[in-house]
Design a binder for this molecule. Structure first.
Ligand code: BEZ
Length: 401
């Protein structure tokens, strides 16, 4: 539990400070008072820094740090002490890793994570401890549906949001019979929910659902099955290094020019160099595109590339917006994060001026945002237009307690 959660309000701290000076000189300083006195906000990252999603974790951390550095590197005047845990995208260690940040490091804010299965561990710890938690990627539905919580905010998406916009443009292009393929875990299953809704509503039929365990990249047998099924198109959810491998294998199997490949936009995020020519022409829907022609996006891209010598992607944007949201909340309570009612109110009502376009928070604490139709062209995620405006997740079953 943090110093603030223990009820050491700023006023109390000030009134104690004279006693602390005396105690300090007498060598009797209590550790909790030392921590509170230093008045730093403790911010913990729980992200994958190894494995197939490692690059995603790095981009998110970069984005958060950049947003805060742009505003002077502090939260409402308070310095920040940073903590980091590599969650390895390993769901079985989710609770244990979240507890390292909450119980051992006593963070005031936990920012994480990428993988939906790991997020379920964070969700449990966040709900039990009440620590402020910002989800900068993982789209697992439960986090902002049945297991929503007043102290949990997401700056990314639910897994069904991008695929909710995927079905219509496919059918409009005459692609009426599709095979769905994904990693079989919460993210892939949730993404299928959105695809099934949008594709069948538009008049399409999913002729086969294929899957393999995360993070397996042995795609060959499934690609052979796709070739035999001869669908009009393939739609999928993959991300990170595995997504690049999927696109390369899809092309190497001779499918690229025969069966158009579509996907939830994570398929082509941050991996276009690794995928090379295999990614050209791949169509996706997502809440961001490199080529969004707005001053906000251009300024963000230039600053990010200058600072990190890397091109930003959707993960960097989601991290950046997590930083923006935290700044907004901290400013509203003048740095007193123990003022939870006012903090949550400010975060709930924030309008985030994002490189992706402005977005707002739903009642269940998930972004309401536009989905773009994109195509990979010359190694860039080029935007073709808005596929669906102001897409909101249902938030089904969310009761803020
Ligand atoms: C997820 O597990 O929720 C996820 C991972 C990578 C990209 C998008 C979603």
């Amino acid at each position: 539990m943090t110093a603030q959660a223990r009820g050491l309000s700023r006023r109390l701290l000030l009134s104690r400070s004279a006693a602390v000076v005396g105690a300090s000189s007498a060598g009797l300083l209590l550790p909790e008072i030392v921590r509170a006195q230093s008045n730093k906000v403790r911010v913990g990252f729980m992200l994958p820094f190894t494995g197939t999603y490692a690059q995603l974790g790095v981009a998110i951390e970069n984005g958060v740090r950049m947003a805060i550095a742009e505003k002077g590197g502090k939260l409402a005047g308070r310095e920040i002490e940073w903590f980091k845990v590599d969650d390895e995208s390993e769901p079985s260690k989710g609770v244990e890793n979240a507890q390292k940040l909450v119980q051992r490091d006593k963070v005031d804010v936990l920012i994480g994570t990428v993988h939906s299965g790991v997020q379920m561990g964070i969700q449990r710890v966040a709900r039990d401890s009440g620590v402020l938690s910002i989800i900068p990627n993982a789209g697992v539905h439960a986090a902002t549906r049945a297991l929503c919580a007043p102290n949990v905010f997401r700056t990314s998406f639910t897994n069904a949001q991008p695929t909710q916009a995927l079905g219509k443009p496919m059918v409009e292009r005459g692609l009426k019979k599709a095979v769905w393929i994904t990693w079989k875990y919460a993210a892939g299953d949730d993404a299928l929910e959105g695809f099934k809704n949008s594709y069948t509503k538009a008049g399409g039929t999913i002729i086969k659902e294929l899957g393999l365990p995360f993070p397996n990249v042995e795609f060959q047998a499934l690609l052979t099955e796709i070739a035999n099924l001869k669908p009009d198109a393939v739609a999928c959810f993959f991300a990170g290094a595995g997504a690049a491998k999927f696109m390369r294998d899809y092309a190497a199997a001779g499918l690229k020019d025969k069966i158009p490949l579509w996907g939830s936009g994570f398929l082509t995020e941050g991996v276009l160099e690794a995928a090379g020519p295999a990614a050209e022409g791949v169509m996706t829907t997502l809440h961001y595109a490199d080529s969004l022609d707005t001053p906000r996006n251009q300024q963000f891209r230039t600053a990010y590339a200058g600072q990190f010598k890397l091109q930003p992607d959707v993960y960097a944007v989601q991290g950046y917006d997590a930083g923006q949201l935290l700044l907004r909340g901290a400013d509203a309570v003048k740095g007193d994060l123990s003022n939870k009612a006012a903090l949550y109110k400010a975060m709930e009502t924030a309008v985030i001026d994002s490189p992706r376009g402005r977005w707002t928070m739903s009642k269940a604490h998930n972004p309401v945002q536009d989905m773009y139709l994109r195509v990979v062209e010359k190694g860039d995620n080029k935007v073709l237009g808005v596929a669906e405006k102001a897409v909101a997740d249902s938030g089904a079953g969310c009761r803020m307690g």
